[in-house]
Design a protein around this ligand. Structure first.
Ligand code: SF4
Ligand code: SF4
Length: 439
């Protein structure tokens, strides 16, 4: 008979961040971690399918060497580091690379709020893209009556490939090409989804962790606030721990402003944006009165002052950079303001205005002034007073140095409140998970 002590002695274990984890022979580090309810970030791993180790987000330091935890077998006495600053920074960089490599514009993606890439970016505290956008131009396949594929959002996790082969037994998807030419292909003669046996009920139609394979007619139906990752972090939902779903997340704690804060000078402007971020700022409602006791407004559309005081503490900039005047305004802000915050999706990644980035400027002007519906007296205006359009719309950090990023389309009033109060308190601004939104 095996005693408890003997069983414990025979039990195989390894450690993750110094916590002892049991495992069964043949299990990977990721599988054992999941069973022990330890979250290791991942995108291409799904417990239902053979691991393929392509996304590299689950990279851990295993016995001192960085390697994928989804494809490394657990071994007795193994030492795994998962939650280190270095690994978080590396994972954040990987996610930023995925964002710029595809066209990830969360505010108008129907997977927003239900997307694992987005939720992982929140979890890793990503507030900006860091790298220039690739502006991918990959085909969208809307040929199927029930399913649509926007290849510009594919992260090449191969989950659809594995689901189609291993579960649906249809082998509909493949990944072809390398590097920048890598793409999702459909295994039909025409290359179109309509010429396959794919059905909306197939596993592969529901496995995509991002907004690449989507079911038609279902988009945007889930009200904001009821989408999976609006209320729950990827650590609770993920795709490996649905059992630990948290029922009631704690309410957003809005920090009370500390009395006697030093008054700071704040300027704001809107470049190529819709003023939505400024409108959201106004949603602070009566808190604005409280704020005005701490803040003096310099240049801003809110007071119509046209020039920044030279000694501003803070510049809030909404909108992307689309023309020569925007560049001038940005430089003026950078010269005048000690701290610059890029506010909202357009300032941070180009947002809606940058949808024109994959279209030639001449074609945009022709469409607007010559061929557009309802155009009278077709002529492209050439007045000297009108600033020149740039070839592309740029996020502001590609033109000037940006100190902090306040994401959202628009960021909520609570997010403005939190970041401004952090600065007033002399703290490094930091947004908690529930205030971090890209849409
Ligand atoms: S919601 Fe997800 S798939 Fe959609 S744009 Fe954002 S990151 Fe990309
Ligand atoms: S379509 Fe979706 S599931 Fe398939 S490889 Fe691309 S991101 Fe992954």
């Amino acid at each position: 008979m095996i005693t408890m002590a003997k069983a414990r002695k025979q039990r195989k274990t390894f450690t993750i961040d110094d916590r002892e984890i049991p495992f069964k022979e043949g299990e990977t580090v990721m599988q054992a971690a999941a069973k022990a309810k330890i979250y290791i970030p991942h995108l291409c791993f799904n417990p239902e399918f053979t691991p393929n180790g392509s996304c590299k987000l689950c990279t851990c330091e295993i016995n001192g060497r960085k390697t994928s935890s989804c494809s490394t077998k657990a071994e007795q006495g193994m030492q795994v580091k998962n939650e280190t600053h270095e690994l978080t920074m590396m994972r954040r960089t990987l996610v930023q690379m995925l964002f710029v490599e595809g066209n990830h514009y969360c505010p108008f993606c129907e997977r927003s709020g239900n997307c694992q890439l987005q939720a992982l970016a929140y979890d890793l505290g990503m507030t900006d893209l860091h790298f220039p956008r690739f502006n991918a131009k990959r085909n969208v396949d809307a040929s199927h009556p029930d399913i649509m594929i926007d290849r510009n959002r594919c992260i090449f996790c191969e989950l659809c490939v594995r689901a189609s082969t291993e579960v649906d037994k249809k082998d509909i998807f493949s990944i072809a090409g390398r590097s920048i030419n890598k793409r999702l292909v459909i295994n039909s003669k025409s290359g179109d989804l309509k010429d396959t046996e794919m059905k909306a009920t197939d596993k592969s139609a529901h496995i995509c962790p991002v907004g690449c394979i989507i079911i038609k007619g279902e988009g945007f139906k889930t009200p904001i606030g009821q989408r999976i990752y609006d209320k729950h972090s990827i650590r609770d939902v993920g795709n490996i721990r649905p059992d630990s779903f948290i029922e009631e997340p704690s309410q957003t704690e809005v920090e009370k402003p500390v009395e006697q804060k030093k008054k700071i000078k704040v300027a704001s402007c809107s470049l190529a944006g819709c003023f939505g971020c400024h409108m959201s700022f106004l949603d602070l409602d009566e808190r604005i009165i409280e704020l005005l006791e701490q803040v003096e407004l310099s240049r801003s559309p809110l007071n119509d002052i046209k020039s920044c005081a030279p000694d501003c503490d803070l510049g809030l900039i909404e909108g992307g950079v689309c023309n020569t005047e925007n560049i001038e305004v940005l430089r003026h802000f950078r010269e005048s303001c000690r701290i610059i915050i890029a506010v909202g999706s357009c300032a941070i990644n180009g947002g809606v205005p940058s949808l024109r980035n994959s279209i030639d400027v001449k074609a945009c002007l022709d469409e607007s002034y010559i061929n557009g519906i309802g155009v009278v007296n077709p002529k492209i205006p050439t007045d000297k007073e009108i600033p020149y359009l740039l070839e592309k719309v740029y996020p502001i950090h590609e033109v000037i140095k940006v100190d902090y990023f306040l994401p959202g389309c628009p960021p909520s009033a609570d997010a403005f409140w939190k970041i401004l109060n952090d600065l007033l308190d002399g703290k490094e601004p930091e947004l908690p998970y529930d205030l971090l939104h890209f849409d």
